[in-house]
Design a protein around this ligand. Structure first.
Ligand SMILES: [Zn+2]
Length: 461
């Protein structure tokens, strides 16, 4: 009891400070707007509640701006004390502010918000008087009576109310961080594909200037395909967020989304195979990244490789070895060349080891914030990343249309290209003459970019 009185006097002091702050604004002739959380009992602020407050404040500021309620950004006060988290701001003078209308709008904001009844947005006029709409807020806990009557009559215990607040706040914040995470990952995934297709002068591959050795697709086919695939990236992430079972059982679920994505891709590209490999690689990668980030909050190479390996355990054995009279390109190449023709499945089985040996360390060294500002440099760095992958990748797109000697020759030419312009011209001409396109390496480049964006920019969004 004594403890409560102690708290109460501190809360009253804090409220007095708020009153003074509002009055200072009123005395200088300003209307003001404040945001508080309606938290019964003590403490009225802690880490969870402050996080909630920050989110709601962000929502409120956007809402005010969208509804043309202009605030004096420079006259903002933000504090957390015994009375809880508190935000106060002046409303801009000389605008035709109808305070009743603003009150009505902010009440709409409160009502539509998921945590509606915890939110109090108050409007004060130049005389320091609170604008009221006369409406009574329903009780947060029971919704049956008005908040004031339940509070005065102490119809619910603090423990009951705090438990409910804790549960709903945690749920709300989790939902928000999930949304943010998935937005970011979809942004990075789409950006990786746009970067890959925008590299000029790639050997054999589709570029803006020319379709390389391809006759059934061009630059715009890739734009169509990228746009069509973007909604599916979200699905891969959502699966990663909620999946709780063993990792070696998830592949059929990833594939289900992937097959739907593939269908959409073929529709968008007039039946051209622009991104079939990417759907598989991004499906597994986005699933894994979401799983790691939602669990640990940070990304790590080793955790990523471990997750991908678990998903792809025995993939080559299960999907390629037992097949006879096989039909798909991948299966045919595997039967002809064995492990060297195991392609994308072996990549997954080994945790995408090719990019961890080549493009990823290179990008972490060379793809810096400044690089993005210089298009010529960016083009160089991206192309170099592709070449590095080509020096070691057993690209089944090449093997399917040629043989092991040709693949080795391409690796050798890619190696020479790294430091030598004439080496690059040879590689470029060789692909053109022999009708070869390193599509598998281009796919791995896109995965490297996706991972690089996450490693370098995830926290900035
Ligand atoms: Zn109640």
């Amino acid at each position: 009891m004594k403890q409560d009185q102690h708290h109460l006097s501190k809360v009253l002091n804090a409220r007095e400070t708020r009153f003074q702050l509002r009055n200072t604004f009123a005395k200088s002739g300003f209307d003001s707007l404040s945001l508080t959380l309606n938290i019964p009992g003590y403490p009225k602020s802690n880490e969870l509640l402050s996080n909630l407050f920050t989110q709601i404040l962000d929502d409120l500021l956007i809402y005010l701006q969208a509804n043309r309620i202009i605030i004096e950004n420079k006259k903002e006060i933000l504090r957390a004390d015994e009375a809880g988290d508190f935000y106060l701001v002046q409303l801009k003078k000389n605008t035709q502010t109808n305070l009743q209308k603003i009150k009505q709008l902010t009440e709409n904001f409160e009502e539509k918000h998921k945590l509606s009844r915890l939110i109090d947005v108050d409007i004060f006029n130049k005389d320091g008087v609170s604008i009221s709409s006369g409406k009574e807020k329903p009780c947060y806990f029971c919704s049956e009576f008005s908040a004031i009557s339940c509070m005065r009559n102490k119809w619910h215990s603090y423990t009951e109310i705090s438990d409910k607040i804790f549960k709903e706040t945690s749920l709300f914040l989790n939902e928000r961080s999930k949304e943010k995470l998935i937005h970011n990952l979809c942004n990075f995934a789409q950006r990786a594909l746009l970067y890959e297709i925008s590299i000029s002068n790639k050997p054999g591959l589709v570029c803006f200037e020319e379709p390389g050795v391809h006759t059934d697709m061009n630059f715009f086919t890739f734009l169509n395909s990228t746009s069509a695939l973007t909604p599916y990236f979200k699905e891969f992430c959502e699966l990663g967020y909620m999946y709780q079972e063993e990792l070696n059982k998830v592949l059929p679920k990833i594939r289900e989304i992937g097959l739907r994505a593939e269908k959409t891709m073929f529709l968008a590209t007039n039946q051209a195979n622009t991104h079939k490999g990417i759907i598989f690689l991004f499906g597994i990668s986005l699933f894994s990244i979401t799983k790691i980030l939602s669990k640990n909050g940070t990304f790590s190479d080793s955790e990523f490789q471990k997750t991908v390996k678990k998903i792809g355990k025995d993939l080559v054995k299960n999907e390629l070895q037992h097949l006879n009279g096989s039909k798909t390109h991948g299966e045919k190449v595997y039967h002809k060349y064995g492990k060297e023709g195991a392609g994308i499945r072996l990549e997954i089985e080994t945790g995408l080891s090719t990019i961890f040996q080549t493009s990823l360390p290179y990008f972490s060294d060379q793809l810096k914030p400044d690089t993005y500002k210089d298009q010529t440099k960016l083009q160089e760095v991206l192309l170099q990343g592709l070449l590095l992958i080509m020096t070691i990748n057993n690209d089944t797109n090449i093997l399917y249309r040629s043989d092991l000697d040709t693949l080795n020759h391409i690796k050798e030419l890619a190696n020479r290209s790294l430091s030598n312009k004439s080496g690059y011209n040879q590689l470029y001409e060789f692909c053109k003459t022999n009708n070869l396109s390193p599509g598998g390496s281009a796919d791995l480049l896109a995965v490297s970019l996706l991972l690089h964006f996450i490693k370098t920019e995830y926290n900035e969004f």
